[in-house]
Design a protein around this ligand. Sequence first.
Ligand code: NAD
Length: 365
Amino acid sequence: MVCETTTDGVSVAPARLRAAVRAIVERGGSNERESTLVAGQLVEANLTGHDSHGVGMVPRYVEALAEGGLRVNQQLSVVTDAGALLMLDGNAGYGQVMAFDAMRLGIERAAEHGVAVVGLANSHHIGRIGHWAEQCVAEGLVSIHFANVIARPVVAPFGGRDARFVTNPFCVGIPMPDGEPILLDFATSRIAMGKVRVAFNKGEQVKPDTLLDAHGEPTGDPGALFADPGGAILPFGEHKGYGMAVVCEILGGALAGGRTLHDRPTHRSIINNMLTFIVDPGRLGTAERLAREAMAFAEWVRASPPMAGVDRVRLAGEPEREWRAARAEAIPIDATTWRQIVAAAERLGLPAAQLESIAAPRPLA
Ligand code: NAD
């Protein structure tokens, strides 16, 4: 099912890629814990096939550092602490630290109360949301995440011609007794913005029903999103996906203690707000039922005869596990993205030769 399309670029072993990103983030002033968490989550995104949220984000983070929209070595501030209810502020710190610590606190509260509602406001980019569901699932907990994004609008409302919000992700993690969780994790736009960037960097077109140009007309050219004035991505699922995007904006933004998008920020930082519900099925008394029924349902659904061109029916979370297996030894990075990463390192005073000796990139076959 998974297949690589990049042919021009480099291939880097996951451990070396982690070390290279750690070195760049450290040069940006981060302490060891922060650079390890940032590198770990970005490389995990590549490992799960989501290059859009992987190491290709590093150049944007470096720009945000320079502009002051991303602040190093921040800690969560507790805004409200009411037992199962926690409202936290990420102080524009690295999302990889803020979301990790927010989930850690939420998991502790769910252990105590059976449930936790965690608002995380004003964090810098928290990357692949599935990573945070995996943190909860690893403790046997169900989690539901609504997030919004405060950055330049790139998604049009259903029926609209221009961009009014961002790619507002939604995610649910459900632990399964076979250890392979259901992990639903997607942007509410037809494709994630990072996937537009990846297509742009690779010089590829996207499907024609995905984007609008600056005049609100359909286009397959990812460059439309990088032009000035820019175009827009359409929401997924027509009015239904658009409705989910609105719910993510208002719950993930405002109910979580952050804000919604109602202007056009000019800086390059990406602020995420996220509302997370964490539930302990054991405390609800339904853990055994959940395990039995979810497995029976999964088996039933997977038994559906596949359509032409499909090898088998999958459940959410399976493609990411397949990517993880396919990329365990080497992660491909397209040439443009690699050049941008090297330039970002140099901007922070880490010479290209030093970065390349850490990463040991090999040309893609
Ligand atoms: P996507 O379109 O690849 O969809 C991924 C989801 O669909 C996963 O749950 C996957 O398991 C499931 N899936 C894929 N193929 C399947 C199949 N054949 N059968 C069953 N399920 C299948 O994801 P996306 O919309 O491109 O989002 C990519 C990533 O971007 C996500 O991890 C998301 O959290 C992240 N994101 C983050 C932000 C942010 O601001 N931090 C914003 C948008 C997106």
